[in-house]
Design a protein around this ligand. Structure first.
Ligand SMILES: *Cc1c(COP(=O)(O)O)cnc(C)c1O
Length: 395
């Protein structure tokens, strides 16, 4: 078959370009340390920001739910997959983020596919930040809306696109939606949500904030990026979050006014045509979100760790971005250099993965460090010393 050879050739090219990706069989939970290839390494690359994935109460909740509801829901939400635990979790999320209603999805990827494809059609406009998560880019391909992307975090450019769509020669857009990451997944910076929110209001657009990395971490009570601008998922603003990062479980949600959430229940294909997430995941999420409130020290400790890392990195002369979130990238540039740094870090007892194109733009390969509550000051010192070694120009 000729295309087999073609694919093999592409594999060869990927390897030559240092873009080949490998799976690892991880041998432990994604905690402060992680077991890989028979070695225990300090873990600086999971999204378990609040160290809740292995919290005894979270595990106990998942176990109890498995006992009562079984290992799988075996049906979609609208058949018999939606248990009372899913119901409670939706209500808990809505009240926590200050929304009228929330809907669960099996993953954040699917939630992101659902929103534009449900609400937008052929004469509509979808506006996106250039650095949005891949799932939102894919959503644009699946929806029939016209896609326009603006330079990263440039609210003025976003506003100009929304405005020009009102007097487009080809006919004004009927519906407009602007989607942005709240916290950018590979950079850790916050979207300018105050300005974007204003623009969307001015131009009758719906604002969708993908807060996969902000929920549980950012804002005065960890309610997410919107809350750090004193905004809520209400009116024409929708918030999307995942339950697999700070929550330490699995699944995702969209929260907002009931009129939008009800439409998703009726029409969103990535909601309707898939099995509801396991009750164990819903129960773990419910307990973990309770811990956001009852153990605020987790977030305080995480923030101390972020500040501590930034201080030590500064002293060591390691160039950081201005991210104030647990995502702390060190941009290396070249994919080969990022891979070499990552394997040197591994030798020094540190797990921190090289992120390469197309996940980040060409020429911006990086080591993406993520911090968590359970890291100690000594762990962070070890990380910075190792980074200084791994990033030093080779002699
Ligand atoms: C991780 C992530 C997602 C996907 O969420 P999953 O629940 O893992 O599918 C969506 N958006 C952003 C910004 C993310 O970082």
């Amino acid at each position: 078959m000729p295309w087999r050879n073609e694919i093999l050739k592409q594999h060869g090219q990927r390897k030559a370009d240092n873009l080949w990706r490998n799976l690892r069989g991880i041998e432990s939970s994604p905690g402060r340390t992680i077991d890989v290839d028979g070695k225990s390494l300090l873990n600086f690359c999971s999204n378990n920001y609040l160290s809740l994935a292995s919290h005894p109460e979270v595990i106990a909740a998942a176990q109890a739910a498995t006992q009562k509801y079984g290992a799988s829901t075996t049906a979609s939400h609208l058949i018999v997959g939606h248990t009372e635990i899913h119901q409670q979790l939706e209500e808990k999320i809505a009240s926590f983020v200050g929304a009228e209603k929330a809907i669960l999805f099996s993953t954040g990827y699917m939630a992101n596919l659902a929103v534009p494809t449900t609400f937008l059609g052929r004469r509509d406009l979808l506006v996106q930040d250039r650095l949005n998560h891949a799932s939102i880019i894919d959503a644009a391909k699946m929806s029939d809306a016209k896609l326009r992307r603006y330079h990263h975090a440039d609210a003025a450019a976003a506003g100009a696109i929304l405005e020009s769509s009102e007097s487009d020669d080809a006919g004004a857009a009927k519906r407009k939606m602007l989607v942005t990451d709240g916290v950018f997944s590979m950079d850790g910076d916050l979207a300018p949500l105050d300005a974007l929110h204003q623009s969307c209001n001015d131009h009758g657009a719906v604002l969708v904030v993908d807060d996969a990395h902000g929920f549980g971490v950012v804002g005065p009570s960890a309610r997410g990026s919107l809350s750090s601008f004193d905004l809520e998922p209400s009116g024409n603003t929708l918030m999307l979050g995942t339950l697999s990062k700070a929550v330490g479980s699995f699944g995702a949600f969209v929260a907002g006014d009931a009129v939008y959430i009800d439409t998703l229940i009726q029409q969103a294909r990535p909601f309707i045509y898939t099995t509801a997430l396991p009750s164990s995941a819903a129960a773990a999420s419910l307990t973990a979100i309770g811990l956001f409130e009852s153990e605020p020290w987790r977030r305080e400790k995480l923030n101390e760790n972020i500040q501590h890392f930034r201080k030590l990195a500064d002293v060591a002369g390691i160039a950081l971005t201005d991210s104030q979130t647990p995502i702390q990238p060190i941009v290396v540039g070249d994919s080969a250099a990022a891979l070499t740094a990552s394997s040197q870090l591994k030798e020094l007892g540190i797990m921190a993965i090289a992120i390469r194109p197309p996940t980040v733009p060409v020429g911006q390969a990086r080591i993406r460090v993520t911090l968590m509550t359970d890291h100690t000051e000594a762990d962070i010192q070890q990380l910075v010393t190792a980074l200084a070694n791994a990033l030093a120009p080779s002699s």
